[in-house]
Structure formats: structure tokens, C-alpha cells
Write a protein that binds this ligand. Structure first.
Ligand code: HEM
Length: 412
């Protein structure tokens, strides 16, 4: 029977070289004892082959010139693991129904030990993840690392990005407070502006004409089942592709032979990871998550505001003249998404150097500038606590006029 030929320097004693199933005339009694009664470490390695797997990953060749920018992928992975763990802890207390959702979040925030901290880690986690994923994408974009043979690594990445935004959108509703409710009213209403299928899509997402009990259970099942399953699947696929094609070196190749991932790059990864996780813990402690009043579908005293990373699109919608909303809700987002998926094929230049990819870099800049400036505008114009206690949705001077008009033009 053939055995693995991988012979790492300091593999566990019985590791792959020992041909357990072959006749062994010249085996000493000591060796025979080792084979028949392997240590736990050897037994695990013989059964799982973990040593070769770990070694292979630690030996992953890093081209010369690779450094801090290449730490973001592993940072993301760690943050996602945190997100899964804190999400699981929250789910043990959360109740996905309009009657009890708000009370369950209130209970876990203010009465359960460490509840506010865990919730803070989870809600700030979504923000830090979005920042990390955007930085990771920008690094890949400016390095031109999406080019042959890494086209599918990029495409899978774009799918992951959509899944992450899906997590944020569905998670936002779960506390069932005013902020959550009205942001979802506006967010789901945007789906209805899609020509032809818009209304059917709205009813599908909401589970009816209005945002209500079915919307909450629907968002919850997306948030804890479909999206995590998709994220795990696509992340594994992404990592498999990263390993298969290895990391691309700098745009102008640096002098020197590739070096193994361990120890230099792993050290850099660990530093960035400590910084990222430290920042997350700091935010969760220094700025604990709040909870607004319970959602009131009949109330008209709340100025809806989406999460900050959707603010850019929301602001774009507000500046659109009446009748042109579809440009902000459908045409621009779909155009950007298609452009992102098709990027490896749109960029036909052979070189990865930004100076040789001028129109791609310029288009990227234009999209980043548009979204960035609109997001900034949204952040600057966000009213304190998002709350307008004396205002009414249509007509009050407290609600920005454009916002009220926009809601009306979206049909709410
Ligand atoms: C769950 C989220 C993600 C995880 C855990 C992840 C993980 C990683 C890791 C560990 C690497 C190698 C190290 C590095 O370059 O930083 C990598 C590379 C890469 N990632 Fe991601 N990534 C994620 C999301 C994305 C997204 C959203 C995109 C793009 C839309 C993307 C595109 C790429 C590409 C093209 C590479 C190869 C880069 C090169 O060869 O230089 N990734 N990713």
C-alpha cells in the first residue's frame, strides 16, 4: 500500500514515513511498540494528517515585497470567527417576534452579565468587518491582484462582500426598535423601485405588504441560517483559491526569493490581528450599543436612517429629482456590482501596475469618491441619536425636507 511521501523536518515520530500496513521485518521492538501504541499526537496525525496540513500552510510561499497589506485577509477571517461566536451567544437570548424581540434585546443588554459587551462586540464587529473588507478589496484592486489566474478568487470575494452587506441589512432589524424598523421600511421599499419585479420582491422580502412579524422572522432566518452557510462556503472556496494560486507579489516585482509564511508574515498577521481585535474590544467597552424605543409602525415621529455603510446610497437617493429614484436605487448599485464582478475581464491590460491601468483606476476612483462623499454627507447630516421627537414624517421642519419627500416618493 502506498504511503504519503511528505517528510517534514520534525514531524511527529510515526508521521507519514512509517508504513504501518506493510510487512516490517527489520523493525526493532521499540519501534514496534511505537507503532502499536502510538502517542496521542502520532495517532491524531496518522488519522487526520494534520501535521502535513499545518506545515503546508506555514510553508506557503510569500513573494518578496509582500507585507502589511497582505495581513487584511487573515484579520477578516478572525473577525468573522468572533462574529460567529458573539452571534451564537446573542441568539441564546434573542426571541424573533415583534412581541418579544425588543424586550429580549433589552434584557440581554441591561440585565445579563457581559450582555452589553457581547452585543457591542457583535454590532461594532459588523462595522470593523465592513472597513476591513473594503480595505482588503482596495488593496487587491490597486495591486491588480484580480488578474489571471486569480479572476475567480476575486469573483468569489465579490460574492462574499454581498453576503456581508446582507448580514448587516438583516441584522439591523433584529432589535426591533424605532431605528431598526424605519430603516427597514425604507431599505425594503427600495426593492419596490425595481421595474417589473419590484413589488413582488418587496412582498417576498417583507413577507407581506408591510414590515411586520413575518419580516422579522424572515430576516432572522436569513441572518442565522442562509447567510452564515453561504459565508462559510464561499470563504472556504476563497481560501482554497488563494492557496491554489498563491499570493501575487507587488506590482513591480521585488528582488529576492519567496519566503515561507512562517515566521515573518505570521508575525505581521499577529500584530495586525491584535490591533484589530483590540480596537473592537475598545469600541465595545467605550461605546456600548444603545436601544431605541420599541418599533411603532403607527408612529410618525422617527427620522429613518440606514446603517452608515448604506448611507451613501441613501443620500444619493435623496438628491435624485422626483421620478429619477430608480437611478439611485437600481441603476447605479447594479452598475457598480456588475462592474465589480466583471472587473478581471474589463481590465484587459497585461500589466498590474496602476499607471498602466489608467481607465480602470480612474473608474474605481470615481466610484469610491461618489460613495465616499455621499457617505460623508450622510454622516455629517445624521441628527443626534437619529431621533426627532417632535417631528412628523411628512411636513415637520424637524425632518429634513428632502428626506420626507423621498419617503413619500418611495411610497411610504
Ligand atoms: C470573508 C471575507 C474574506 C476573507 C476571510 C479573505 C481572505 C483572504 C486571504 C487570507 C487572502 C490572502 C492574504 C491577503 O491577500 O490578504 C486573500 C486574498 C485575496 N482576496 Fe480575500 N478575503 C475575503 C474577502 C475578499 C473580497 C470581498 C475580495 C474582493 C472582492 C477578495 C479578493 C481577494 C483576492 C483577489 C485575493 C488574492 C490577492 C493576491 O493574490 O494578492 N477577498 N483573501
Amino acid at each position: 500500500m502506498s504511503q504519503k511521501t511528505y517528510k517534514p523536518k520534525d514531524a511527529p515520530t510515526l508521521s507519514p514515513e512509517v508504513k504501518v500496513d506493510e510487512p516490517r521485518e527489520a523493525v526493532s521492538s521499540e519501534e514496534r511498540l511505537q507503532i502499536e501504541r502510538p502517542s496521542l499526537r502520532d495517532w491524531m496525525d496518522l488519522r487526520l494528517g494534520w501535521y502535513g496540513f499545518v506545515r503546508k500552510n506555514l510553508d506557503e510561499p510569500m513573494p518578496a515585497g509582500v507585507g502589511w497589506w497582505q495581513t487584511l485577509g487573515n484579520l477578516l477571517m478572525t473577525l468573522l470567527v468572533f462574529q460567529f461566536i458573539t452571534g451564537f451567544a446573542l441568539a441564546m437570548y434573542y426571541s424573533p417576534s415583534p412581541d418579544s424581540a425588543h424586550a429580549s434585546v433589552k434584557h440581554l443588554t441591561y440585565e445579563v452579565g457581559l450582555g452589553s459587551f457581547i452585543r457591542g462586540l457583535h454590532s461594532w464587529g459588523s462595522t470593523v468587518i465592513v472597513i476591513a473588507v473594503v480595505l482588503h478589496m482596495l488593496r487587491v484592486f490597486f495591486w491588480g491582484s484580480y488578474k489571471k489566474p486569480r479572476e475567480l478568487t476575486w469573483v468569489v470575494g465579490v460574492i462574499i462582500f454581498q453576503v456581508i452587506l446582507g448580514f448587516s441589512f438583516t441584522g439591523y432589524l433584529l432589535p426591533w426598535d424605532q431605528k431598526a424598523y424605519w430603516a427597514t421600511v425604507v431599505g425594503t421599499r427600495i426593492a419596490a423601485t425595481i421595474p417589473v419585479v419590484g413589488h413582488a420582491l418587496l412582498v417576498f422580502i417583507r413577507g407581506g405588504e408591510e414590515v411586520g412579524a413575518l419580516t422579522l422572522t424572515r430576516f432572522y432566518s436569513f441572518h442565522v441560517m442562509l447567510l452564515p452557510a453561504s459565508l462559510i462556503l464561499f470563504t472556504f472556496l476563497h481560501l482554497y483559491l488563494v492557496r491554489r494560486h498563491h499570493i501575487a507579489g507587488p506590482v513591480t516585482p521585488a528582488k529576492g526569493a519567496p519566503v515561507p509564511f512562517y515566521p515573518n508574515q505570521l508575525f505581521k498577521d499577529a500584530i495586525v490581528l491584535l490591533f484589530g481585535v483590540g480596537l473592537l474590544i475598545y469600541l465595545a467597552v467605550a461605546l456600548p450599543p444603545g436601544l431605541e424605543a420599541i418599533a411603532d409602525p403607527t408612529g410618525t415621529d422617527f427620522s429613518p436612517r440606514p446603517e452608515w455603510y448604506f448611507l451613501g446610497l441613501y443620500e444619493l437617493l435623496k438628491v435624485m429629482p422626483s421620478g429619477w429614484e430608480v437611478v439611485a436605487t437600481v441603476i447605479i448599485p447594479t452598475g457598480i456590482t456588475i462592474g465589480m464582478f466583471a472587473l478581471p475581464w474589463l481590465d484587459r491590460s497585461k500589466s498590474r501596475h496602476p499607471a498602466k491601468r489608467q481607465w480602470i483606476i480612474m473608474s474605481g476612483f470615481a466610484a469610491i469618491l461618489l460613495i465616499g462623499l455621499m457617505t460623508l454627507k450622510g454622516i455629517l447630516e445624521t441628527p443626534p441619536e437619529h431621533k426627532k421627537s417632535e417631528a412628523t414624517l411628512a411636513g415637520s421642519s424637524d425632518i429634513p425636507k428632502a428626506e420626507a419627500t423621498q419617503l413619500e416618493s418611495l411610497g411610504e
